[in-house]
Ligand binder design. Structure first.
Ligand SMILES: NC(=O)c1ccc[n+]([C@@H]2O[C@H](COP(=O)([O-])OP(=O)(O)OC[C@H]3O[C@@H](n4cnc5c(N)ncnc54)[C@H](O)[C@@H]3O)[C@@H](O)[C@H]2O)c1
Length: 331
């Protein structure tokens, strides 16, 4: 039987997930919640339109739900879906507060439903290749990861510009790289130090440019991480990302957009490779569906989602207070 999928939100991410899910064999996108103006487009996809998400969850026979609404609404929607026994795929960041993240994580475990997180870099061809290259020892002991993520502000919706709702550039944008560095390190950083610059967007002042340093301490694996995020770029500067991982015996560099998006430098020269097909957005929904079919945890879990929020909120606190913040126990 098809996996009946419901989608909450039909903005930038909801639409992306709807189109990808429709292309996966064995998935039926049954119902989608959004605002009235999206009704015709949703019906064209063959899904039932709902302007009331609670009614959708009360009425529809749904196996799994994708939550792609503004960050501060994730908790209420995820908790309702979990209480009805639905598996949940949650967009990043998991929620705006650690308390809400915990509630979602605990509820999913108690109910025995799957909770998958949309940390897309873990499903992206280039970033997965970097993880594989590091694991295979291509650059020896990988000690340092340095990431940047820059673009114009997310002008398609105003809620991003309210730090109470989105968490600003650190929680909304830098979280991608911060989660990736934690995954590369296979552990949480001990401490974070951040500096951030306020910018005015939509009449609101928030941290829109940030530098976050992650201290994993000397030892095996990544010791130091750096993540820069910026909503300060002016169009037509393209949305762009970069990562460099420096190891004892080499360096991996990936710049997107770039002429050679993925290069590994070592004593044997420079190789350019990308081992994976499909884009990360397709891969992450596909993994979630496979996890349901195979009754296994999704690749990125609620624990991972909660750690990423904890590190980002510790960084936000560091930027505000100008102190170095211990990550463990930060609430
Ligand atoms: N993984 C990624 O690369 C990526 C990219 C962009 C956004 N996101 C995340 O996805 C989530 C959704 O972001 P988006 O860009 O799709 O947002 P969006 O503003 O484009 O869409 C939000 C959707 O939620 C609905 N909605 C429900 N309650 C709402 C409320 N109270 N206020 C406003 N809209 C409400 C809107 O009608 C709309 O359909 C966020 O958590 C965001 O951080 C992830």
């Amino acid at each position: 039987m098809d996996c009946r999928l419901g989608i909450l939100g039909f903005g930038f991410m909801g639409k992306t997930h709807a189109l990808n899910a429709k292309a996966i064999p064995g998935v039926k996108v049954t119902a989608i919640f959004s605002v009235e103006k999206d009704k015709a487009e949703i019906e064209q996809l063959g899904a039932k339109f709902y302007a009331d998400w609670q009614k959708m969850l009360d009425t529809e026979k749904i196996d799994a739900i994708v939550v792609a609404t503004p960050t501060f609404t994730h908790g209420e929607m995820a908790l309702t879906a979990i209480s009805k026994g639905m598996h949940v795929f949650l967009e990043k960041p998991m929620e705006r507060t650690i308390k809400k993240c915990k509630e979602i994580n605990v509820a999913a475990k108690k109910k025995g439903v799957l909770l998958g997180m949309g940390h897309v870099l873990r499903f992206d061809g280039e970033y997965m290749t970097i993880k594989d290259q590091v694991a295979s020892g291509a650059i020896g002991h990988a000690k340092m990861a340095r990431c940047t993520r820059r673009g114009p502000p997310p002008g398609w919706s105003t809620w991003f510009f309210d730090e109470e709702k989105s968490g600003g550039a650190i929680l909304d944008l830098s979280i991608h790289d911060i989660d990736f560095i934690c995954w590369l390190a296979s552990k949480a950083p001990k401490r974070v130090a951040a500096m951030a610059s306020p910018i005015v967007l939509g009449g609101k002042t928030l941290f829109g440019i940030s530098h976050v340093v992650l201290d994993f301490e000397p030892g095996p694996g990544i010791e130091l991480g750096f993540a820069e995020a910026s909503w300060g770029a002016v169009a037509p500067y393209p949305f762009s990302t970069a990562i460099e991982v420096a190891g004892k015996d080499g360096l991996i560099a990936c710049h997107i957009p770039g002429k050679h998006p993925m290069e590994t430098y070592s004593a044997s020269g420079c190789v350019t490779l990308n081992l994976y097909a499909h884009d990360g957005y397709y891969n992450e929904i596909n993994d979630f569906i496979d996890a349901i079919k195979e009754r296994r945890p999704p690749k990125v879990t609620g624990d991972d989602g909660m750690l990423a929020v904890r590190v980002c909120l510790a960084a936000l606190e560091s930027a505000r207070s100008r102190n170095v913040i211990d990550v463990e126990g930060f609430a």
